[in-house]
Design a protein around this ligand. Structure first.
Ligand SMILES: Cc1ncc(COP(=O)(O)O)c(C=O)c1O
Length: 414
């Protein structure tokens, strides 16, 4: 009896302790994009348009797309593969193809085995893995991120460098160069390789050359966040230009690749993190450490997306089809930029809209104020985040005129 009482008492005390485990946890702040999506779904208007959607391509009918090269790869894979674990570092074949895309088909760095590379959980996972690597091997360092950027909070302290210039809705190139120069020698920087998210503003080739040479002078390390190779201009080679410039200037670099947008494999979570090292021995060591970090996080990466990518990129015919399909997506987005701008100009908008076509990729940073965005939503049923960022994939030939008219209405008296 005495023992049971004692047990009961300790059970009650334990339960009280347990019940306090989550008591102090406040709800996380709501992602503004989710709020936009919810409000859009609740709106009953037949005219409603969602240009705040989370970074996913839709076709001209407003529908998600699965590329034909992917469908064909799936047909070839179906019933043909075991479902064993991949190695911690992922699919060797997928990594080989990814390196060719990022560093060039005939890259001497690939031949010399100077690149440490592992399959990653899409672009986010690749950046996160790099952050963990940086934390472990350079624990006192920070990473410089552009103002603005798409995500933060990877555990490494963040510093910022100037990037977007609100007045011109373009690049603050002088500010960017000063900030690169003023950062302590040997700093880590995150650079968007192409189609900057959220602004759509990229440096020109000449500006990339200057950035590269300033990086050289300062001994900075660039991690290229490349989520849109091929999706920006329609040509994967052209979209890798910044990386090629840095490689020509003999930098050591990192690249975080994603196949979410350029192959439409959003939900498959497949990408690649690669670090160019000084020699093969270093690359072997770095890869082994990346694997050591990945092992307790997720053990090994998912198989299906890796099979799709290696099937598509490893077969000359399917690769050709992919190149054609990625260009169709990029061209549609570029076409929507032209249509939006032309519509606004034809409506006699007193404002300049050349930034719509100067910017590139999934997003247009329109320059509209939060109040103007509120009017778009309340009066015209057009949904986007209050930053004024338009997800170009939400526009199509049926709604671009309506959206242009609404934008003109809310901005003409600005
Ligand atoms: C520049 C950039 N990098 C990386 C990502 C991450 O994408 P994912 O993790 O889906 O590959 C995004 C997503 O929108 C992005 O815009």
């Amino acid at each position: 009896m005495a023992i049971r009482n004692l047990l009961n008492r300790s059970f009650v005390a334990g339960a009280r302790f347990m019940s306090s485990w989550f008591r102090n946890i406040e709800p996380a702040p709501k992602d503004p994009i989710l709020g936009v999506a919810e409000a859009f779904l609740a709106d009953q208007s037949p005219y409603k348009v969602n240009v705040g959607v989370k970074c996913a391509y839709h076709n001209d009918k407003g529908k998600p797309v699965v590329l034909e090269c992917v469908r064909e790869a799936e047909r070839r894979i179906a019933g043909n593969q075991f479902m064993e674990y991949l190695p911690i570092g992922g699919s060797i074949h997928m990594i080989e193809e990814s390196l060719k895309l990022a560093y060039g088909d005939d890259s001497e760095f690939i031949k010399d085995k100077r690149i440490a590379a592992v399959q990653a959980l899409s672009g986010t996972g690749a950046c996160r893995l790099f952050a963990a690597f940086q934390q472990r091997f350079h624990p006192k360092t920070q990473i410089y991120m552009p103002v603005l950027t798409w995500a933060k909070d990877a555990g490494v302290p963040i510093k910022t460098f100037r990037y977007y210039h609100p007045e011109s809705k373009g690049l603050d190139f002088p500010g960017l160069m000063v900030d690169i120069k003023n950062a302590p020698d040997g700093s880590f920087f995150l650079l968007h390789a192409c189609a900057h998210n959220p602004t759509g503003v990229d440096p020109s080739e000449e500006q990339w050359r200057e950035i590269s040479s300033q990086f050289k002078a300062k001994g900075h390390f660039p991690l290229f966040d490349m989520a849109y190779q091929g999706f920006a201009s329609g040509d994967p080679e052209r979209d890798a230009k910044a990386i090629r410039i840095f490689l020509n200037d003999s930098h050591l670099i990192g690249v975080a690749q994603s196949y979410a947008k350029n192959m439409g494999l959003y939900g498959q979570r497949v990408g690649c993190l690669s670090l160019l090292c000084e020699n093969e021995k270093q690359a072997v060591a770095v890869k082994s450490q990346l694997q050591l970090i990945a092992r307790p996080m997720y053990s090994n990466p998912p198989l299906h997306g890796a099979l799709v990518i290696s099937t598509v990129l490893g077969d000359p015919e399917l690769k050709k089809l992919w190149l054609k399909e990625v260009k169709v997506m990029a061209d549609r987005i570029i076409g929507m930029r032209t249509a939006l701008r032309e519509n606004l100009e034809n409506l006699g908008s007193p404002l300049p809209w050349n930034h719509i076509t100067n910017q590139i990729g999934m997003f247009c940073y329109s320059g509209m104020t939060p109040e103007q965005v509120d009017r778009l939503t309340n009066e015209f049923h057009i949904y986007m985040t209050r930053s004024g960022r338009i997800s170009m994939a939400g526009l199509n030939t049926s709604n671009v005129g309506y959206v242009a008219n609404a934008i003109n209405e809310v901005t003409k008296s600005a």
